[in-house]
Design a protein around this ligand. Structure first.
Ligand code: NAD
Length: 526
C-alpha cells in the first residue's frame, strides 16, 4: 500500500504504516476538538500539584524514564524504524541515545536552573531593596511535533516542560502517532500522573484545536508553511510560541579542508535519515581548488551506500516518509538538471525497493536560481557548487531565507570560527554536521524563516518557564523618597541626585551631593 494513503482523507481515523513496506501498523481514532479541550482541562487541573512537587521528585520520574528507555531501547528503536522508516542504527543513535542524554541534562541541571537567583541592584536609590528572579512553569505546554525525529523532538520538549513543572499535551505527527504514544507509555511507566502527559492523535485540525484550547504556551516543530499558520492562530490569542521550522543548511568546504573527511561528512549530512533532517546539508559549497576531487570522492562513496528497509543493521539510507516527499525531491532534482546542474549519482526513484525510496543523489554546478538551492528539499540529495574566495562562500551561505545551521570544513580552527561569526544561522559547526542536536547542553533553533526561540539546553529550559521578579524592601518602616509630596525643592534635590550619579566631573558630582542632601528628610510627604 503506498503510504500516501496512510491517512484516509476526511476520515476520523489515522492509519499508521511502515513507509518502507506499506505494512499497516495500526488504525487510530483521531481526537475531536472536544477531546482536545478535555485533555487540556485535565492537564490544567493536574499541573498545580506537579508544580508543587519538589524538583527532586520530578527528577526522580525522569531518572526512572531514563532507566526504562535504556532497558527497552530495542523495542523503542524498532518502533521508530517501522513507523518512521529510519535505519536501525539511526533509531538507536539519533533518537534513543539523544534522549537518554537530554534526560541526563535535565536531571543534572534542573535544580540549578530553577533555583531562585539573586538580582543585585546598581542604582544607589534602590540599595535598600533585595531582588530575586523566580522561574515558574507556564502551566500547560502544548507540543506539536513532526515525523522526522518523532521520538527525540517530542521527548526533548516534553522532558524540559515536565522537569520545570508544566503539564504537557502532545500532538505528534499524523505519520508517527505510535511513537508519540510510546513516549507517553514510558513516562507513565516511570510514575508520571497520566494527566500530566497526554497525547492527541490527529492531523492538522487536531493541532489547530490544541492551539484553540486553553494551553499556556506552544512549542511547534514543523514546516515554515504550517509554522506561519500556527503563528497566526497563536497571535490571535497572544499565546507564546516557540517555532522550530525548516532549514537549508549550507556546508562550506575551505581550500585547506581534508577532502576525504569532508566528503564523508557531506554524505552523512545529506543522506542521514534519507535527508529528512532539519539540519541536513542542503547546499554544499566547495573551494574550486578541491571541487572536482571532492565530487569524485562523494560519487565513489555514494556508490557504496546501502539503501533499503531500515530494519536491517546494515542499511544506511531508508525510505522517505511518503510519496509526496518523494515527488518534491524528484521535482527539485529535475529542475536543477533542466537548469544546467550535472547529475553525478542517483536522480531517480528506486521502485524495486518500494514506492518511497529515492536514490542518494549528487548534483554538481548548482546555481542560486534553482529550486534545489532556494527551497527545503528534505530528501537524499547533495547539491554542490564551487566558490573562489571565503567572502564569496559566506555570501552564498547567507543568501537564503533560512538560517537554521551551517558547517565550515577546514584544518584551521581559528579560520573556521572566524567564518562562523559571519554566517547567519542558529548554529555553526566546524568540521561536523547535525551532531549538535545530540549535545544536551547545546541550544537548538534558527534565525530568519527557520524559527523563533530555542529548544535543548538551558535556553530550551528557559522557554518552559516564566520569569517572575520578586523585590523586597529591607526598610519597611521608611517612606520612599520618590513617593508623593512633590514640589520645587524636591525637583532640585532630585536634579542634585542625578548629578551625583551621572555628572561628567567630580566637581559637579560633589555639588549634586550637596543639593540632594535633604532628600531623605523631606517633610511634605503624603
Ligand atoms: P508539518 O508542518 O507538515 O507538520 C508538523 C506538525 O504540525 C504535524 O504534527 C502536523 O499535524 C501539525 N499541523 C499541520 N497543520 C497544522 C495546523 N494548521 N495547526 C496546528 N498544527 C498543524 O511538518 P512535517 O512535514 O511534519 O515536518 C517536516 C518539517 O519540519 C520540515 O520543514 C523540517 O525542516 C521541519 N523540522 C524542523 C525542525 C527544527 O528543529 N527546526 C526539526 C524537525 C523538523
Amino acid at each position: 500500500m503506498p503510504t500516501e494513503t496512510k491517512i484516509a482523507a476526511g476520515s476520523s481515523t489515522i492509519v499508521s504504516a511502515n513507509p518502507a513496506t506499506g505494512e499497516v501498523l495500526a488504525a487510530l481514532a483521531c481526537a475531536s476538538p472536544s477531546d482536545v479541550q478535555d485533555a487540556v482541562l485535565r492537564a490544567k487541573q493536574a499541573q498545580p500539584g506537579w508544580e508543587a512537587t519538589p524538583v527532586s521528585q520530578r527528577i526522580a520520574v525522569l531518572r526512572r524514564f531514563q532507566w526504562l528507555l535504556s532497558e527497552q531501547r530495542d523495542r523503542v528503536a524498532d518502533l521508530i524504524c517501522r513507523e518512521a522508516g529510519k535505519p536501525a542504527v539511526e533509531a538507536l543513535t539519533t533518537e534513543v541515545l539523544v534522549i537518554l542524554d537530554a534526560t541526563e541534562f535535565c536531571i543534572r541541571n534542573a535544580h540549578d536552573f530553577l533555583r531562585e537567583e539573586p538580582l543585585p541592584h546598581g542604582n544607589l536609590a534602590m540599595k535598600t531593596k533585595r531582588g530575586k528572579l523566580l522561574r515558574e512553569p507556564f502551566g500547560v505546554i502544548g507540543i506539536i511535533s513532526p515525523w522526522n525525529y518523532p521520538f527525540s523532538i517530542a521527548a526533548t520538549e516534553t522532558l524540559g516542560a515536565l522537569v520545570t513543572g508544566n503539564a504537557v499535551v502532545l500532538k505528534p505527527s499524523e505519520f508517527t502517532p505510535l511513537i508519540g504514544l510510546e513516549l507517553q507509555r514510558l513516562l507513565l511507566a516511570a510514575g508520571l500522573n497520566p494527566n500530566l502527559m497526554q497525547v492527541i492523535v490527529g492531523e492538522g485540525p487536531a493541532g489547530a484545536a490544541l492551539i484553540d484550547a486553553p494551553i499556556d504556551k506552544l512549542i511547534f516543530t514543523g514546516s515554515v508553511a504550517t509554522g506561519k499558520r500556527v503563528a497566526e492562530a497563536a497571535a490571535r490569542k497572544l499565546l507564546p510560541v516557540v517555532l522550530e521550522l525548516g532549514g537549508k543548511d549550507p556546508m562550506i568546504v575551505l581550500d585547506d579542508a581534508d577532502v576525504e573527511i569532508a566528503s564523508s561528512g557531506a554524505l552523512w549530512g545529506a543522506f542521514m535519515n534519507a535527508g529528512q533532517t532539519c539540519l541536513s546539508v542542503e547546499r554544499c559549497y566547495v573551494h574550486r581548488s578541491l571541487y572536482e576531487k571532492f565530487l569524485e570522492a562523494c560519487s565513489n562513496k555514494i556508490a557504496r551506500l546501502r539503501v533499503g528497509n531500515g530494519i536491517g543493521s546494515e542499511v544506511e539510507v531508508g525510505p522517505l516518509i511518503h510519496d509526496r516527499q518523494v515527488r518534491t525531491v524528484d521535482e527539485h532534482v529535475r529542475d536543477a538538471v533542466l537548469h544546467g546542474a550535472r547529475l553525478l549519482q542517483g536522480g531517480k526513484r528506486l521502485t524495486e525497493l518500494g514506492s518511497n525510496f529515492y536514490a542518494p543523489t549528487l548534483l554538481a554546478d548548482v546555481t542560486p536560481d534553482m529550486r534545489i538551492i532556494q527551497e527545503e528539499t528534505f530528501g537524499p540529495v547533495l547539491p554542490v557548487a564551487p566558490f573562489d574566495t571565503d567572502e564569496e562562500a559566506i555570501q552564498l551561505a547567507n543568501d537564503s531565507d533560512f538560517g537554521l545551521a551551517a558547517s565550515v570544513w577546514t584544518s584551521n580552527r581559528r579560520r573556521g570560527e572566524a567564518m562562523a561569526k559571519q554566517i547567519k544561522a542558529g548554529t555553526v559547526m566546524i568540521n561536523d554536521v547535525i551532531s549538535c542536536f545530540g549535545i544536551g547542553e547545546a541550544p537548538h533553533g534558527g534565525v530568519k524563516l527557520s524559527g523563533i526561540g530555542r529548544t535543548h539546553g538551558k535556553m530550551g529550559l528557559a522557554e518552559m518557564v516564566q520569569v517572575k521578579y520578586v523585590d523586597t524592601d529591607l526598610l519597611p518602616g521608611m517612606p520612599k523618597v520618590w513617593w508623593f509630596g512633590y514640589g520645587e525643592k524636591f525637583r532640585q534635590q532630585m536634579n542634585g541626585f542625578i548629578d551625583l550619579l551621572f555628572a561628567r566631573s567630580w566637581g559637579q558630582k560633589l555639588k549634586g551631593a550637596l543639593r540632594s542632601a535633604g532628600l531623605l528628610r523631606r517633610s511634605n510627604r503624603i
